[in-house]
Design a protein. Structure first.
Length: 276
C-alpha cells in the first residue's frame, strides 16, 4: 500500500499516474536496463533473451549487487543510496519536463546548469544546447565539451526508459536520466515518464552495500594495532546503523566467512552492538 502524501509536489504535477506502488527493485532494474546500453552498446542480448528478460531472471540479491556496482563503483553516483532509501515511496508517473530540476553531472556542465542563465532548468539548458549545436554543427568541433548531449537516437527510443526523480524541499530533482531529459526536449518532447521518489515520512535508511562491509572486514584483518581496529569497528557500526543491509552483511562477511576466530568474534560484537 502506498504511503505517498496527497500534498506531494510530484503528484500534483503528474500528467498521468501509471502505478502508485512501485518497488525499489523495479526502479533498480529500470536504472540498470537504461545504463547497460551506455556501457556496452545498444544491441545487448544474452542466452536469456533481451536485457529486460535477463534482468527479470536475476534474484533480488543479484539486483542489489548489480545496482551497487553500477552506481557506487562504475558511475560513482548516489543512485544506489537514493533508490534503496526507506524514506521514499516510488511512483510510475508522467511529468511535464518543465517541472523538473536538473542536478549535478560533470563540473564543466554544472557550471552551465547552475548558472544564472539556466538555473537548473531542463528547457533553458536544452535551448542553450540547440544554440551551441547550431554554432558548432560539426561534432568534431566541440570547444565546451557538450557533445554528449548531441542527439544520437530518435525520440521514441529516448523516451522508452523512465528517468529517476526525487522530491526534495518542494522541488522535483533529477536522480538519473539528465541526458535523456535534455535530449528529449531538444527533439520536441514536453513530458517524460519517470520513476518518482516521494517522501513518506519514515526514517531515512539505505543500503550501504556488501562491498562496503567486506572492505571494512579486510581492513580490520590488516590492522596492526588495537586503536586502528577500534576505528574500523566503530566505522562499520555507524554505517550498519544507518543501513538496511548492514546486519546481514556483517553476519555474512564477518562471521559466516570469517578467516579466523578474531574476525568472527568482532562480527558477533558488531551484531550485538547493533541490537543495543
Amino acid at each position: 500500500m502506498s504511503n505517498v502524501p496527497e500534498t506531494s509536489v510530484t503528484k500534483s504535477q503528474a500528467l498521468e499516474i501509471y502505478d502508485e506502488d512501485v518497488s525499489y527493485r523495479d526502479v533498480a532494474r529500470a536504472y540498470i536496463e537504461a545504463e547497460f546500453p551506455n556501457i556496452l552498446g545498444d544491441s545487448i542480448s544474452s542466452e536469456n533473451g533481451t536485457l529486460h528478460e535477463a534482468l527479470s531472471l536475476l534474484s533480488d540479491n543479484q539486483i542489489d549487487r548489480l545496482l551497487e556496482s553500477l552506481s557506487y563503483t562504475y558511475r560513482m553516483n548516489g543512485v544506489f543510496h537514493a533508490v534503496t532509501d526507506t524514506s521514499y515511496e516510488w511512483l510510475d508517473i508522467k511529468l511535464p519536463i518543465g517541472s523538473l530540476t536538473l542536478t549535478g553531472t560533470k563540473p564543466h556542465i554544472n557550471d552551465i546548469v547552475y548558472s544564472d542563465e539556466i538555473r537548473n532548468s531542463p528547457t533553458a539548458f536544452a535551448k542553450y544546447l540547440v544554440d551551441y549545436f547550431n554554432k558548432y554543427p560539426d561534432p568534431s568541433e566541440d570547444p565546451a565539451g557538450l557533445n554528449e548531449f548531441r542527439p544520437k537516437s530518435d525520440l521514441d527510443q529516448i523516451l522508452s526508459a523512465p528517468v529517476l526523480t526525487a522530491e526534495r524541499d518542494g522541488r522535483i530533482e533529477m536522480i538519473d536520466g539528465i541526458h535523456r531529459v535534455v535530449t528529449s526536449v531538444i527533439l520536441g518532447a514536453i513530458s517524460i515518464r519517470a520513476y518518482a521518489a516521494i517522501p513518506n515520512g519514515k526514517e531515512s535508511l539505505s543500503m550501504k552495500g556488501d562491498s562496503t562491509f567486506l572492505t571494512l572486514r579486510l581492513l580490520y584483518e590488516q590492522a596492526t594495532d588495537d586503536e586502528a581496529r577500534n576505528h574500523i569497528f566503530q566505522t562499520c557500526l555507524i554505517l550498519a546503523r544507518a543501513s538496511t543491509d548492514g546486519a546481514n552483511a556483517i553476519k555474512t562477511y564477518w562471521i559466516d566467512h570469517a578467516r579466523n576466530g578474531t574476525i568472527e568474534e568482532a562480527g558477533k560484537s558488531l551484531l550485538s552492538a547493533l541490537l543495543d
